[in-house]
Design a protein around this ligand. Structure first.
Ligand code: GAL
Length: 426
């Protein structure tokens, strides 16, 4: 039984034993489960909280620490099982569909219609925010995953004059950084961070077509072919440049090592920028962002969205529904989209905003997104739940982590192991 089926079984049990929930006595309350707990991300979510409070509602913050969100998803499942869902939770497609199938999500069609979401959102985004044709989630941003972040001062000290654009150049930069006594690549050894590098390598070595064949079609030949061996060999090589003290480390603590000049580079989605911004640092002068070497032209991405839950009967009051609707409305308002995304490192999800108000990394991201959309080079991230269910994603995490932890693991066999693990989880 996969995790969602297990959840379905538990949810039906929970319906027999509902818990009594205390309703908050305010104009209305929104409780939001999310995992935006790093300095920069907490600052971003604070923007939303302030607007909701200004609108007269109470914001109940249910942040669950843990990058990538696995811990938050576990909490969410437990909450749903005990009949005590939050108002909203940060969930990615296709998990939105899974929660929809369990009949736990609330329609926000009224808000979407009143605020013209169908014309505000790109069609591909609108589609995944709906369950059976009804809006059940409000997207807040687009994060690009295939980025490399660099500290130019450190690069200079290590004698590196050009930013790496190929994997060979990345290795050469890694060698120079190590020789000069720096951590070459800041990296926390957690499954989702390891898998971020793996996913970037798939994009770099196999291109968007190979990426989609692997993570959307689960095409056997991609996993058993020579390119997958190349990917695992590259992963092993990159491993030699990773922070030796990074085991189990949070991503933002690793970003801090690049910010304070201990490390030269980090491979991370653009929420990393939120830490640079929170530290008062600026693109181009204090840090440089470039597409992950070899993945120029491709754009892997994840979309953060707030899925709206049906309220437990005790909480199902007109005030709380008004609060939920306010949350959904605010999420797509231009004024919120500007400030939130400037803090978060992502780009706005609604169309037509003025990108001159953003820094050069966000401008490059928006330009590359539009170009990739035209050429069919958008790659929904596997590591951040855009192309697979949590069960499949978990299987990939396991195989990649095992490979990272066992230095004698055979790159020639890893692809087949990955295929078997994915098939078992599907
Ligand atoms: C992603 C999420 C980002 C960021 C990142 C690190 O799943 O989309 O917003 O929070 O995890 O936790």
């Amino acid at each position: 039984m996969n995790s969602m089926n297990r959840l379905a079984a538990m949810v039906s049990l929970a319906a027999l034993f509902p818990l009594v929930i205390q309703a908050a006595e305010t104009k209305g309350n929104v409780e939001v489960v999310h995992y935006w707990t790093s300095g920069g991300e907490a600052k971003s979510v604070e923007v939303l909280k302030k607007i909701i409070e200004k609108d007269g509602f109470t914001w109940q913050d249910s942040a669950v620490a843990g990058g990538g969100g696995s811990a938050a998803m576990t909490v969410l499942k437990t909450r749903a099982v005990s009949g005590n869902p939050p108002t909203a939770a940060q969930i990615k497609a296709p998990d939105i569909q899974e929660w929809g199938r369990l009949d736990l999500l609330a329609s926000i069609d009224d808000v979407a219609k009143a605020n013209n979401w169908d014309s505000l959102l790109p069609e591909s985004v609108a589609q995944i925010m709906k369950y059976e044709g009804h809006y059940v989630a409000a997207p807040v941003n687009i994060h690009r995953i295939n980025w490399l972040w660099l500290n130019p001062v450190v690069l200079k000290q290590a004698g590196i004059s050009d930013v790496p654009t190929t994997l060979d150049e990345l290795y050469a930069a890694g060698d120079k950084l190590k020789a000069a006594g720096f951590i070459a690549i800041a990296h926390g050894g957690q499954a989702w961070q390891d898998t971020t590098i793996f996913e970037n390598l798939v994009l770099s070595v196999m291109g968007v077509d190979g990426f989609k064949k692997a993570f959307i079609d689960v095409d056997d030949s991609v996993f058993t072919g020579p390119k997958m061996i190349e990917v695992f060999n590259a992963l092993r090589r990159i491993q030699s440049y990773l922070d030796p003290d990074g085991n189990g480390q949070d991503w933002n603590l690793e970003t801090a090592k690049v910010i304070n000049g201990k490390a030269g580079m980090q491979i991370m989605g653009d929420w990393a920028k939120s830490e640079w911004s929170a530290a008062g640092k600026f693109a181009d002068t204090d840090y440089i962002c470039v597409p992950f070497p070899g993945s120029q032209g491709a754009y892997s991405y994840t979309i953060d969205s707030l899925a709206m839950f049906k309220l437990a009967s005790k909480n199902d009051t007109p005030g709380n529904i008004a609060a939920r609707n306010d949350l959904a409305k605010v999420a797509l308002e231009p004024s919120f989209q500007y400030v939130f995304n400037q803090n978060k490192g992502s780009i706005p999800v609604i169309k037509g905003l003025d990108m001159s108000r953003f820094d050069s990394c966000a401008q490059a991201s928006a330009k590359d997104f539009a170009a990739a959309e035209k050429t069919g080079s958008l790659a929904p991230s596997m590591a951040f739940n855009m192309s697979t269910s949590q069960a499949v994603q978990g299987a990939v995490f396991d195989v990649v982590t095992h490979f990272m932890n066992d230095k004698s693991a055979d790159a020639g066999k890893a692809g087949r192991q990955l295929l078997a693990a994915i098939k078992a989880a599907q």
